[in-house]
Write a protein that binds this ligand. Structure first.
Ligand SMILES: Nc1ncnc2c1ncn2[C@@H]1O[C@H](COP(=O)(O)OP(=O)(O)OP(=O)(O)O)[C@@H](O)[C@H]1O
Length: 227
């Protein structure tokens, strides 16, 4: 599903933010990406999203090579990915239903599909009763659930989560991670960047550790490792 072959990304002078990374992720895997601040985790996510171009190496995601991808192909490629961030990034002037439906409208899904799919996905994230609420009427955990619903509404191959629990309390963080696990169990490949040591240690998933741009460890049922 994801292959990085000797991928580096430099922003300019100095050490590359991602330095000769090699990585293979199979379809259906759940992977935590951990590492100290500035170790290159977000840069790796941005490379996968094709928000950044690698400086060297080859990146293949969901059967598509990212290096040399034509500009007009990028939007279509991104439809294969769902993404959530620490700060939720919801549309403040739209209710929950519209925040999720919007992601379907931009890919021209017919209204009858949207009407069926949005309630379904809100149910999946545990927000069935909140579809008329606006983001600022929701707790942080609920806002992240909306963001997750929006991210998976078009059934992406891969879900990328960049510090999805960074703004949440421990209990809510655990609930959001459980939800990511459920999404993964339904078949989506999930990559989660996190600083949440307790959760990483309790979930027994694959753990990639980055340090100064290098993937320094990759363990099957890994633990949070501080370099
Ligand atoms: N736009 C940019 N221009 C120049 N350097 C950058 C840019 N973005 C990131 N960097 C540098 O690249 C390195 C990796 O940054 P990155 O944001 O990927 O780390 P991170 O592991 O996600 O950190 P954090 O946990 O703090 O989010 C850092 O040294 C950072 O200063």
């Amino acid at each position: 599903m994801i292959d990085l072959i000797d991928v580096s990304k430099s922003y300019g002078q100095g050490l590359p933010a991602v330095n000769h990374a090699n990585l293979h992720v199979d379809k259906g895997e759940f992977v935590f990406i951990v590492g100290s601040s500035g170790s290159g985790k977000s840069t790796l996510i941005k490379l996968l999203l094709k928000e950044l171009d690698s400086t060297s190496g080859t990146t293949i995601v969901s059967g598509e090579k990212l290096e040399g991808m034509k500009h007009r192909r990028v939007a279509k490629y991104r439809r294969k990915l769902g993404v959530v961030f620490q700060d939720f990034r919801l549309l403040k002037d739209r209710d929950v239903y519209e925040n999720v439906a919007f992601a379907q409208r931009v890919v021209n899904r017919p209204t009858r599909v949207i009407r069926k799919r949005v309630p379904e996905v809100l149910q999946e994230v545990g927000l069935a009763g909140k579809y008329k609420a606006y983001p600022d009427e929701l707790s942080g955990g609920e806002q992240q659930r909306v963001a997750l619903a929006r991210a998976i509404v078009n059934r992406p191959d891969i879900l990328l989560a960049d510090e999805p629990t960074g703004n949440l309390d421990p209990k809510t963080s655990e609930e959001i991670m459980k939800l990511l696990e459920e999404i993964n169990e339904r078949g989506t490949t999930v990559l989660v960047v996190t600083h949440n040591k307790e959760i990483v240690n309790s979930m027994k998933k694959r753990v990639l550790t980055m340090h100064n741009g290098v993937i320094i460890s990759d363990e099957k049922e890994g633990e949070y490792y501080e370099a």
